[in-house]
Write a protein that binds this ligand. Structure first.
Ligand SMILES: *Cc1c(COP(=O)(O)O)cnc(C)c1O
Length: 399
């Protein structure tokens, strides 16, 4: 008789009372006998977060930053939910491929590319109605070349650098640069923006620089379109940065940007994903037995361990052993030993409280200890890494 994984698990479930209910389907589209990790995306939490951001920004429209696979949530899955949300006016990404993917998936709202592109990419982006960011000294020539290829004005936002020192035209050269830009027949300026250092004492200085340049430019007759600056941090902490539109990313996905204990009290956010898999091994260590590469974990007393088939390539930080947890059933267990590429190990304790096939959850909206911010705080990782490093190869299902 051939034993399929399904029949093996069904037999195992029948044999062990601890497995009761372990193989109940957890999410549509995820096989009930799947061990490998998957990601559940929660549209209602995305909608909840956009409403919270809109409230903090007093109803200003949102440019939803969905870069890096929508912070690990899933670019197209997230964009489709956000597209249907009236609070979201537009999308922004950093990479050309992501801008094109949005269009190829049928996303209709405006898309802004906040990164660099070649002229050839620029043409394809504009043909698909993606708006470009301009900040280089040769912006005028680039725009002229693109407008000619396109046969219509180039839609773009002007990116100013007020101190982040990363992208953007440095503000102190901004005025003379603006004068080089072509007129409305060639260049359709939709907006002008900047990004903060997110250094509490310096952000107000940056907004002052931005506003001063905007004032002077407008006095010289420059067209600037709508102004935007606030990422999630600005949405939470700097009202003066809200301008015409706000431009958050992480908050939409349920991550607090910087000082999360304080930010939790300003506005509740709900994590938009669950990271799950099923337990693949449960074993008892004797006193002195070890677990994981490097023998970092040695049992001080007999104890039960469960192995989860999810590792750092999937997005579990290597530092998860410093204090991250996984929930199995109704209990939460510490990650111990070492996180390897495809596995991590949790300590159950003196009792065998989990079984092969049980669902394990490592990121979860309904358990504060399993929020990306809690994982980040416990492990010394950044909340941005905890979300964005969720592997794009894992299947995403809406729940
Ligand atoms: C990533 C990014 C954002 C969004 O930042 P969050 O901190 O995730 O809200 C906004 N603007 C720019 C230019 C960015 O690169």
């Amino acid at each position: 008789m051939t034993v399929t994984r399904r029949s093996f698990m069904a037999a195992a479930a029948a044999a062990a009372p601890l497995l009761d209910g372990a193989f109940a389907p957890v999410a549509p589209g995820i096989a009930e006998d799947r061990f490998d990790p998957w990601i559940e995306v929660l549209p209602k939490n995305l909608r909840f977060n956009t409403a919270q951001v809109a409230r903090l920004a007093q109803g200003r429209p949102i440019i939803a930053v969905v870069k890096n696979n929508a912070y690990g949530v899933g670019l197209i899955e997230a964009a489709r939910v956000l597209e249907a949300d009236a609070a979201v006016a537009a999308f922004a990404v950093v990479k050309t491929d992501e801008a094109l993917s949005l269009r190829k998936a049928g996303i209709k709202k405006p898309v802004l590319l906040m990164g660099m592109c070649t002229l050839e990419e620029g043409r394809e982006l504009l043909e698909r109605d993606v708006q470009l960011s301009l900040y280089t000294d040769d912006a005028a020539e680039r725009v002229a070349a693109l407008a000619e290829k396109l046969g219509r004005p180039v839609k773009a936002h002007l990116y100013l650098d007020t101190g982040l020192g990363r992208l953007g035209m440095p503000f102190h050269r901004g005025l003379s640069w603006l004068e080089t830009l072509p007129d409305a027949k060639t260049l359709d300026i939709r907006g002008t923006f900047m990004a903060f250092t997110e250094e509490q004492d310096f952000d107000p200085k940056q907004i002052t620089r931005f506003e001063q340049l905007v004032r002077e430019a407008r006095a010289h007759g420059a067209r600037l379109g709508r102004l935007h600056a606030a990422s999630s941090n600005g949405v939470f902490h700097l009202k003066e940065s809200h301008l015409d539109l706000v431009r958050p990313g992480i908050a939409l996905f349920g991550g607090y940007p910087s000082r999360w204990e304080e930010e939790r009290r300003i506005a509740e956010l709900r994590v938009a994903v669950r990271l799950r898999c099923r337990v693949v091994r449960v074993e008892r260590l004797r006193k002195g037995d070890s677990a994981g590469y490097g023998r970092k974990y040695v049992a001080k007393a007999p104890t039960w361990l469960a192995t989860l088939p999810v590792g750092h390539v999937d997005g579990v930080p290597r530092s998860a052993v410093e204090g991250a947890h996984a929930r199995i059933g109704s209990a939460t267990y510490p990650v111990v030993g070492a996180v390897s590429a495809s596995h991590c190990i949790v300590e159950l304790g003196a009792d065998r409280t989990a079984s092969v096939g049980d669902v394990a959850t490592l990121i979860d909206p309904d358990d504060r200890r399993l929020s990306p911010n809690a994982v980040a705080a416990a492990t010394g990782a950044s909340v941005y890494d905890v979300l964005m490093h969720l592997s794009p190869t894992l299947p995403r299902v809406l729940v």
